[in-house]
Ligand binder design. Structure first.
Ligand code: PEP
Ligand code: MG
Length: 755
């Protein structure tokens, strides 16, 4: 049985495409088990049905047509129970549901196993036979093993778009919904523009070629360049190369010279893909084929094919990687987008953002919120390569995208956009009024700046100062550390624009998910590694240069506050204070008229929560960085979409930590603010009010909404709600409770589109 299993797996992975892989599988299983029928039903979530996608033995014309509703029939039961069902006479089973097109009533013996990937049932693999028969245990185990193989093939097909193509119901309008997590609120409608990482074969999207002949020419030219590059390289290195490496060059040359690879790619170009897409497709098939082989030497050759593919891609991209064409309403899509990708879209053209990776607390989502661009993160199931040029709706409230929506859906979302615009106009009217509750409790509203938020937007939002300026941006935008003078100019502009309002400038916080391109840090565990204050205290020259720049920039203004990120130990504060004093004395000696700025500590890790009072003693203010604090308290990577469902700053443990920080800070008579994304979450605002935070700092585009909430609630009601949620044991319950409270207060339109 094991040999047959291996052979089937090998054959299946050598298939040219997904459909062929399924067909091979059913045929070989039917043979191996000497049974009349073997079929695969896959789940089509968009229609809540199982679709027959491959069969050996049942009516072949029924493939793609027979659709069984979810939870119906024995197939539905296999999926629901998530375990095999083995029957000698299926007709006697109460769930038996005869399907006419495939003459189900003729079959008695039935063995169905669920196909599960990452806890999700993707479909059912089943075998049937007319005469009663009991499939034995070994046969059941055989089918279960193949179902796990099938699961990874389906997951791969899902990512490449092959699955949706196969499941597509030709009689139904073509509209697909994919779920991710909310990144930035709002609704965006526009055309998909896929950007991809240069020189990364797997992220190359499919695209229709504008000129097939030109694509073929580019391909040949790229092959010729790679051939020549390799020849030169070999010539240069040959004398010093060991024989194994020399052999590698000849393998590469042989692959390039054999016309097969080039012809295969050209075939895909003729079939309607541009050269980089056709190259990706062909290389992936070869790699999969080689990796599935039983022979270790051949398996290792897959690395050669990949490497060669990358070399050809690099040449192609040199010739073809012009900047993508943006639509007037662009929905920017990428595997993992960077701030530069967003910046490249011409002003006024960015209608939405979709990122396959990341979650709502990734820095790209924070940037999108600052820019007020509806965003959905972690849409890992969507076929990235298939979204180019498609009409797409981005629902940033629910974290969903709709591809090629029908007219009715389009009209509904268009109506919601118009209602949003009305709400924005209402918010505008209270822009200059203070954030005071109906029973007179005042809270400060500040802005987070640095990640995209331009100063004029922040000022226009009526903010009372800057609660967080992320200094890493000028560091990230260059190919070297910015000089003290370059930094001084940037900080000065910020301080002048907001004076006399306070501006909290945070010292450099790189590492984690913000590596500097020119200061590479390779670590297994970057979020627990060298980041934030840990780097700058190890490099006092960087720290001092930044402090001096800030101090010089504050000349004559006295509105600078300095804030330290990622503090985990009081000694880090003591050392930072020493350096700040040193820089202060030096800058004063240079003749600058400055006061000693207030110093604050960010509370971002659990140890700082427990030691908040000791920290508060040493400084002038505390500011909670709830994005990191949540990730470290819950042990959930803020960027990982797989665990995004576990990341919620409303978790009872996080709420208790926040209360402890406010109390500790106030016991020492110090100002306590919060500058993580929770401060702009409408659902959380009332709780933060009740906890007693002195100020909330958020992206500029949220200030209006938060002001609106504060002015429409009472501190008394907020305190009651906080008391209620502290009796709850999970973030989900707390979130539901607070959403309901917002709806009851007539503020539901701040958490979803529409009235
Ligand atoms: C935070 O961690 O909450 C924070 C404000 O800092 P950043 O998001 O830049 O890490
Ligand atoms: Mg942080």
């Amino acid at each position: 049985m094991l040999t047959i299993l291996r052979q089937i797996i090998q054959e299946v992975s050598s298939a040219d495409d997904f459909k062929e892989a399924l067909d091979i599988m059913v045929k070989r299983i039917a043979n191996a088990l000497a049974t009349q029928a073997c079929s695969i039903f896959l789940r089509d979530l968009h229609r809540a049905e199982y679709v027959l996608v491959a069969t050996q033995g049942l009516n072949p014309d029924a493939v793609g047509k027979v659709r069984v509703p979810l939870n119906k029939g024995i197939i539905g039961l296999v999926a629901e129970r998530e375990e095999p069902i083995n029957l000698d006479d299926a007709k006697k089973h109460p769930h038996f549901l005869p399907v006419e097109e495939i003459r189900e009533e003729a079959y008695r013996a039935f063995l169905g196993v669920p196909v599960i990937y990452h806890r999700q049932v993707l479909g059912v693999l089943l075998v049937q036979q007319e005469e009663p028969r009991r499939y034995d245990e070994a046969e059941e185990a055989f089918l279960v093993t193949l179902a796990t193989q099938l699961a990874s093939i389906i997951a791969h097909a899902e990512a490449s778009g092959d699955l949706s193509e196969l499941l597509e119901d030709k009689n139904q309008p073509h509209e697909l919904v994919y779920a991710g997590v909310p990144g930035a609120p709002g609704i965006g409608i526009g055309k998909g523009v896929v950007v991809y990482i240069p020189y990364d074969l797997d992220s190359v999207p499919d695209r229709e070629p504008e000129d097939v002949d030109l694509e073929i020419q580019l391909l040949h030219a790229a092959f010729a360049t790679v051939r020549e590059d390799l020849r030169l390289l070999e010539e240069r290195l040959y004398p010093s190369l060991p024989s194994e490496e020399r052999a590698l060059f000849s393998v590469y040359q042989r692959i390039l010279d054999s016309s097969d690879l080039g012809e295969e790619i050209a075939k895909h170009i003729h079939a309607g893909n541009w050269a980089p897409g056709a190259l990706r497709h062909t290389i992936q098939i070869h790699v999969q084929r080689l990796e599935s082989l039983d022979n270790e030497y051949m398996r290792e050759r897959s690395a050669d094919i990949k490497d060669l593919g990358l070399r050809v891609l690099a040449c192609l991209q040199k010739n073809t990687r012009a900047s993508p064409r943006y639509d007037e309403k662009t929905i920017l899509i990428g595997e993992s987008l960077t701030p530069a990708d967003l910046a490249e879209v011409p002003e006024g053209c960015l209608a939405g953002v979709i990122s396959m990776q990341g979650s709502s607390n990734s820095h790209i989502a924070i940037l999108a919120r600052a820019m007020k661009v509806p965003t959905v993160m972690g849409v890992s199931d969507a076929p990235l390569q298939d979204l180019q040029g498609k009409e797409i709706i981005v629902d940033g409230y629910y974290g969903q995208i709709y591809v090629s929506p029908d007219a009715a859906l389009y009209a509904e979302f268009d109506r919601l956009i118009q209602e949003e615009q009305k709400l924005d106009a209402a918010l505008e009217e209270v822009r200059d009024l203070p954030a005071v509750t109906k029973d007179g409790h005042r809270i400060g509203l500040m802005v987070n700046a640095g990640l995209g938020a331009d100063i004029s937007i922040a000022l226009a939002a009526g903010a009372e100062g800057v609660g967080l300026y992320r200094t890493e941006v000028p560091f990230l935008m260059r190919d070297r550390f910015p000089s003290a003078e370059e930094q001084r100019i940037i900080y000065r502009q910020l301080l002048v624009s907001f004076a006399p309002r306070p501006v909290m400038i945070r010292t450099l916080d790189v590492g984690g998910d913000k590596p500097l391109p020119y200061f590479p840090i390779k670590e297994d565990n970057p979020f627990l590694g060298w980041r934030g204050i840990r780097i700058t205290l190890d490099h006092p020259e960087i720290f001092l240069s930044q402090m001096r720049a800030m101090l010089r920039a504050s000349h004559g203004l006295n509105n600078l506050r300095v804030m330290l990120p990622m503090i985990t130990d009081v000694l880090e504060v003591d050392e930072s204070l020493r350096l700040l004093h040193k820089a202060y004395v030096e800058v004063r000696d240079e003749g600058y008229d400055i006061d000693m700025p207030q110093l604050g500590v960010m509370i971002e890790v659990p140890s700082a929560v427990y030691q908040a009072r000791s920290l508060a003693k040493r400084v002038d203010f505390l500011s909670v960085g709830s994005n990191d604090l949540t990730q470290y308290i819950l042990a959930v990577d803020r960027n990982n979409p797989r665990v995004a469902g576990l990341y919620d700053a409303l978790h009872p443990a996080v709420l208790r930590a926040l209360i402890q920080v406010v109390e500790s800070g106030h016991q020492e008579g110090k100002h306590v603010s919060i500058c993580g994304e929770i401060a702009s979450d409408p659902v959380a605002v009332m709780l933060l009010l009740a906890m007693g935070f002195d100020s909330l700092s958020m992206n500029a585009t949220s200030v209006g909404r938060v002001r609106w909430i504060v002015r429409h609630v009472t501190q008394k009601n907020a305190a009651r709600l906080l008391h209620e949620v502290l009796g709850m044991e999970s973030a989900v319950m707390i979130r539901c409770h607070m959403e309901l409270a917002l709806e009851r207060a007539g503020l539901g339109n701040l958490i979803r589109a529409g009235r």
